[in-house]
Design a protein around this ligand. Structure first.
Ligand code: NAD
Ligand code: UD1
Length: 343
């Protein structure tokens, strides 16, 4: 395989995966509506790799544009990152989430079918598991999403599975990410949330860079060693490399759907993350201890052994690496991609 179409390639995980793909010799075409990202990310990908990806500002829900791009690019496979991803927004406006995420995927799959492109890697989430019965969580664990966003992921997994079952020329990899954090070590691309960050790492980085006064620490009475919740944080470049492994595996997977957890298999508590980030940034990082955030589970971490045994992939980067590279991005770009257009 040689060419891949990346939907959502200007976004956080998509942009890092584009770098990994291009550095591995793939031809990359990005299709992104820029509704949650910046064209500056695509420029930065070119600067890091020294190569230019084709870039279409387009929406996956627009069938004629999808088919036009698919025909012109003629990719060997599609990496599908595009979608809406905020849990609280999905609770507040579920229909918007169901319509956007399901429709964009259905239209994309129809465009692929009509152009004879039948290999897809889909960005799913550990959110599909909901509260776990046992830890670590393996791919066979019960799925019971606790919010509409998680349901869209599970429904899309089913949609893709049904398409593969309908025609053995299709193959698919459903990748369930745990907690992607960090940035490319160049500090030229990274996570750039709109408004107040909902996730721990980007919030901490904004405290470190002086954009926010103190971290709200949600929950200090969990049944964990230090009372704070524990998660499986994974470096976004490890995640990107997981996509390469999944993509290569699709070549010999006709007629099959594979589901993989992409995590490290290790958990870190909120207090451990604060300590690691203090070490990486040299900033004191004040926090305010608050009650639990509704919907949070005490602990969640992956059993990533299936991806290791079947794809030969495992995460290698440490929590210190995640904090160092996240800080490299945030300190160079205090206002995210807007910093780049100002300079
Ligand atoms: P992101 O918002 O940074 O990237 C998504 C990209 O898709 C954005 O650039 C956005 O402009 C684009 N997009 C959205 N809808 C589109 C559409 N209809 N057509 C074309 N482009 C569209 O998010 P991310 O963190 O990079 O996440 C990528 C994928 O991974 C998402 O599907 C997300 O649900 C999934 N995921 C993310 C996380 C996480 O913690 N970041 C965890 C698990 C799964
Ligand atoms: C969240 C999303 C999940 C997504 C994941 C990875 C929810 C309910 N779930 O999960 O769908 O896949 O991010 O990006 O939003 N915390 C603080 N202060 C903050 C932010 C977070 O103390 O300002 C705590 C949380 O309470 C939690 C931990 O840090 O205990 C991690 O939070 P977060 O980064 O939001 O990830 P998840 O809750 O695992």
């Amino acid at each position: 395989m040689a060419t891949v179409l990346v939907t959502g390639g200007a976004g956080y995980i998509g942009s890092h995966t584009c770098v990994a793909l291009m550095e591995a010799g793939w031809e990359v075409a990005v299709l992104d509506s820029l509704e949650n990202s910046s064209a500056a990310a695509v420029d930065a990908i070119a600067e890091i790799t020294g190569r230019q990806a084709r870039f279409d500002i387009a929406d996956c829900r627009d069938q004629s544009v999808v088919e036009k791009v698919m025909t012109e690019v003629s990719p060997d496979a599609v990496l599908h990152f595009a979608g809406l991803k905020s849990v609280p927004d999905s609770v507040a406006d579920p229909l918007r989430y169901y319509r956007h995420n399901l429709e964009s995927t259905a239209v994309l799959l129809m465009g692929m079918e009509s152009c004879g492109v039948r290999r897809i890697v889909f960005s799913s989430s550990a959110t599909v598991y909901g509260p776990p019965d046992e830890l670590p969580v393996s791919e066979t664990a019960t799925t019971r999403p606790a919010n509409p966003y998680g349901w869209t992921k599970l429904m899309i997994e089913q949609m893709v599975t049904d398409v593969v079952r309908s025609d053995p020329r299709w193959s698919a990899s459903l990748l369930r990410y745990f907690n992607p954090v960090g940035a490319h070590p160049s500090g030229m691309i990274g996570e750039d949330p709109e408004g107040v960050p909902g996730n721990l790492m980007p919030y901490l980085l904004q405290v470190a860079v002086g954009r926010r006064a103190a971290l709200p620490l949600y929950g200090t009475d969990y049944p964990t060693p230090d009372g704070t919740a524990r998660r499986d944080y994974i470096h976004v470049m490890d995640l990107a490399e997981g996509h390469l492994a999944a993509l290569q595996d699709l070549e010999s997977s006709a007629g099959r759907v594979h589901t993989y957890n992409l995590g490290t298999g290790r958990a870190a508590s909120v207090r451990e993350v604060i300590a690691a980030m203090r070490e990486a940034t040299g900033h004191p990082l004040p926090y305010e201890e608050l009650g639990r955030r509704p919907g949070d589970v005490p602990e969640l971490w992956a059993d990533p052994s299936k991806a290791h045994s079947e794809l030969g992939w495992s995460a290698t980067r440490t929590l210190a690496d995640m904090c160092r590279d996240g800080w490299s991005w945030q300190s160079r770009n205090p206002q995210g991609y807007r910093s780049q257009s100002i300079s």
